[in-house]
Write a protein that binds this ligand. Structure first.
Ligand code: BTN
Length: 257
């Protein structure tokens, strides 16, 4: 275990820094499947992640050395498996907590299910891969990718931003990582202490397009809908044409990009 000087008490205390890896989530998964007992809060940080993964089998592209690409191991066995989305909420809030320190306005948003947005542009994403044993939530492999100092993106990647593009200055990755580890620890302990209802309220206040009429595509048609919340199972609740709907990740597309 490499002890570092982070202010958090367990998240990031075991920090494994890799120069180059396919994906920090894969690395963490492999370490766990080799039955290595890793302490809760272990963080795998990659300078260069050459096969980063996003949600729905998307790729996560990130220029080496410019951004944060890391995975955190947490063991939320205190949550029932039907409450896994509460964990997503806690992690999204933690990231939002740190980013919000850079801009006074309320401009950072959490786009359901797990994206971090600034205005209409994506700054980061979260890929949580849950390991369950029977009916116990054993591990949450929590991959986080945040665009920090990158300013150029491939032309086919639209609606993307970075902290540097937003603030106009370069940021120190280790300083940000430490702040994120502390915020993740704080939000995780808050969740563990039974504050999920409070976190859900805060999540709604940060939710992209919450209570705002916008265009969506679902059931093969475009609709004007209003996001009303997220169910305990993590389904997006939308009202459209006087009806209430609940959607899984792949069942609805935002047209308001
Ligand atoms: C998304 O927006 O679809 C989620 C992106 C998650 C990217 C991070 S980078 C660190 C970790 N390792 C991966 O391969 N993916 C996550």
């Amino acid at each position: 275990m490499q002890n570092n000087t982070f202010s958090s008490s367990f998240v990031g205390q075991n920090l494994i820094e890799l120069e180059r890896v396919d994906s920090t989530n894969n690395f963490l998964k492999n370490e766990l499947s080799n039955s290595k007992p890793l302490p809760e809060g272990t963080v795998i940080l990659a300078e260069d992640q050459f096969a980063g993964r996003g949600q729905f089998s998307n790729k996560w592209l990130s220029d080496a050395g410019k951004n944060l690409t890391f995975s955190v191991l947490l063991n939320p066995s205190f949550l029932g498996i039907s409450s896994q989305f509460k964990y997503n909420i806690a992690i999204s809030l933690a990231i939002n907590d740190v980013l919000s320190r850079f801009i006074a306005s309320e401009s950072f948003k959490i786009k359901w299910p797990n994206d971090i947005y600034f205005g209409r542009d994506k700054l980061g994403g979260i890929l949580i891969e849950n390991v369950l044993t029977g009916s116990t939530y054993k591990h949450a492999i929590t991959g986080i990718g945040l665009n920090i100092n990158q300013t150029n993106y491939p032309v086919d990647i639209q609606r993307v931003t970075s902290l540097r593009l937003i603030t106009g200055r370069e940021h120190q990755l280790p300083v940000l990582l430490e702040a994120l580890c502390q915020a993740i620890e704080d939000r995780y302990l808050e969740l563990k202490a039974g504050k999920s209802a409070q976190q859900y309220k805060q999540y709604l206040s940060k939710l992209y397009l919450y209570n705002t009429p916008a265009r969506y595509e679902f059931n093969g048609h475009t609709h004007t809908g209003i996001i009303k919340g997220v169910s305990p199972q993590g389904l997006l609740q939308v009202e459209a044409e006087g009806k209430k709907y609940e959607f899984n990740f792949k069942e609805i597309s935002y047209l308001h990009q």
